[in-house]
Design a binder for this molecule. Structure first.
Ligand SMILES: Cc1cc2nc3c(=O)[nH]c(=O)nc-3n(C[C@H](O)[C@H](O)[C@H](O)COP(=O)(O)OP(=O)(O)OC[C@H]3O[C@@H](n4cnc5c(N)ncnc54)[C@H](O)[C@@H]3O)c2cc1C
Length: 473
């Protein structure tokens, strides 16, 4: 619990709505989307950049540790406090006022607390959207701090590619507001400082405003489930699609049989298109899109997709065994339900890995072959963003498995998975969820000393106060 003198001083700065200290009101902020649950000394809810600055300045001067929180949908224990009860959460949930659209520039300036769904709802009328697509509803500040990837990375890139500028409050005694508020796409006039705040989990400063690149909402979309001839045919299938569709290919998502079957079992209302309901070993969700409305005499996008698939089907050593073209909302419903679906099989231990695209299936096959010997009773329910090399390598322990009572097994499992992914396959141990408390030990282990030293220097330079859940230096 925070001392009364601090509550009083912070209430003077933020008003009554800006300081939460009652246990029952803090609970939702203290509880993460999936695993984590901590205990906060207080929750601060500033409504402007100036209020963030004043609150941060007060906390730094008084040695109070701050954890920035946006939508609290992060999956690596980054946005919640630890169990000590001494950390103060700084929530962005009231920092939502600004919304300034620049149609000619195809960009928007917003406060960092706006939810992704709200941003896209307000842009809909203009036929624009912020093109990061995922199964959660984060706030923009958290998306920048974790550099969210999502399902359409293949076409639009990640948050980094779509962030033009920002305002950041540094955790120093003045609560310095750093104005990196550029709305240019091209600017090479010095160090691009905004980059150090993207994907670094709030360790170097609190993002309070930003300028985002926008894209046109597609007016035509066609989707299909594709069944590759085998795991080894997944990449040839992707290459064949890219060759024929170029940037019209907007998603190429992989889903294992175990992940799909668990999801169908958990959400019976989902449509199962596979013959006799039998789920194939691996399924790809492919999406193509165009930003213009269908023109008279122009082939429909479904027809384009069918024609491309027929061409691939006829290739020598065809990588495609089967295909089901269907309406986008039905096809995506399964993909978006996977995270929840696998959770219900048992205890979920999730890994957010990435590889060179050609190594993804080899890594998954390697692990599936070795898993029964190393960790019997674990089901691999992998799915991911094959088009950008990302894999959500989800492992589920059955509720009645003896592993559930073995307190050391999770650590051994994590060490083994990361060792194979990073050391044998040259992959990343955190593809798009950033570091957080959950990955701290692996950051410490896998990051070269010189890089840690440089990151530590950057931290002292930017935010010497106690900020964020990650220690980079
Ligand atoms: C069902 C589900 C599906 C998901 N799918 C994907 C996916 O496909 N791709 C993907 O990349 N992620 C995915 N995620 C993870 C998560 O949604 C993203 O990491 C998200 O962008 C986090 O944003 P948030 O607003 O919830 O941030 P939070 O969870 O609140 O915070 C995340 C981190 O950023 C820091 N932070 C928050 N706000 C700020 C700020 N303003 N300034 C500085 N630091 C800040 C926090 O301290 C924390 O370390 C998924 C999560 C769920 C629950």
């Amino acid at each position: 619990m925070i001392a009364q003198e601090h509550t009083d001083a912070l209430t003077k700065v933020l008003g009554d709505k800006g300081v939460v200290t009652r246990h029952e009101d803090m609970e939702a902020y203290e509880t993460g989307a999936r695993y984590d649950r901590g205990s906060a000394a207080a929750v601060l809810r500033p409504a402007t950049t100036a209020e963030v600055s004043a609150a941060v300045s007060y906390c730094v001067r008084n040695g109070i540790a701050l954890i920035p929180q946006s939508g609290n949908t992060g999956l690596v224990s980054g946005s919640t406090p630890d169990a000590s009860g001494s950390e103060v959460l700084l929530s962005l949930d009231r920092l939502t006022r600004q919304f300034a659209l620049d149609l000619d520039n195809r960009s928007v300036r917003v406060d960092a607390g706006i939810r992704l769904s709200e941003l896209n709802r307000r842009l809909e009328e203009q036929g624009l959207f912020f093109p990061i697509d995922l199964g959660a509803d984060p706030r923009i500040g958290g998306m920048i701090a974790t550099n969210t990837g999502g399902s359409r990375f293949l076409k639009y890139g990640d948050v980094r590619r779509n962030t033009l500028g920002m305002k950041v409050v540094l955790a120093d005694e003045d609560g310095t507001v750093l104005d990196l508020d550029c709305d240019l796409r091209k600017n090479n006039t010095g160090v691009d400082w905004k980059q150090i705040f993207i994907g670094t989990s709030g360790a170097f400063g609190i993002i309070t405003e930003c300028v985002l690149n926008l894209e046109r909402v597609p007016k035509q979309t066609a989707t299909a489930f594709l069944v590759p001839a085998s795991g080894a045919h997944v990449l040839p299938l992707l290459n064949a699609m890219e060759e024929r569709l170029g940037t019209n290919l907007s998603a190429f998502e992989g889903m294992s049989k175990n992940a799909i079957a668990a999801t169908f079992a958990h959400v019976p209302s989902l449509k199962n298109p596979f013959q006799g309901g039998n789920v194939p070993g691996y399924v790809i969700l492919a999406e193509i899109c165009r930003t213009w409305a269908p023109r008279e005499g122009e082939q429909s996008l479904d027809a384009v997709l069918e024609e491309v698939l027929a061409e691939i089907w006829e290739l020598e050593e065809a990588p495609l065994a089967d295909a089901f073209v269907g309406p986008p909302h039905e096809i995506w419903a399964l993909r978006h339900a996977l995270s929840e679906g696998v959770k219900h099989l048992g205890k979920l231990i999730a890994f957010d890995l990435s590889f060179r695209r050609g190594d993804i299936m080899a890594f998954c096959d390697h692990m599936k072959a070795e898993m029964p010997d190393k960790f019997p009773g674990i089901t691999v329910c992998d799915f991911g963003h094959i088009g950008d090399g990302g894999v959500h390598f989800n492992l589920v322990v059955a509720k009645n498995s003896p592993l559930m009572t073995d307190s050391s097994f999770e650590q051994r499992l994590r060490e083994w998975v990361f060792a194979v992914a990073v050391e044998q396959y040259g992959g990343s141990f955190s593809a798009e969820h950033a570091i957080g408390r959950r990955n701290q030990a692996f950051y410490d282990f896998y990051t070269p000393e010189k890089l840690k030293e440089m990151a530590g220097g950057l931290k002292t330079l930017t935010s010497p106060g106690k900020l964020g859940s990650v220690r980079f230096g």
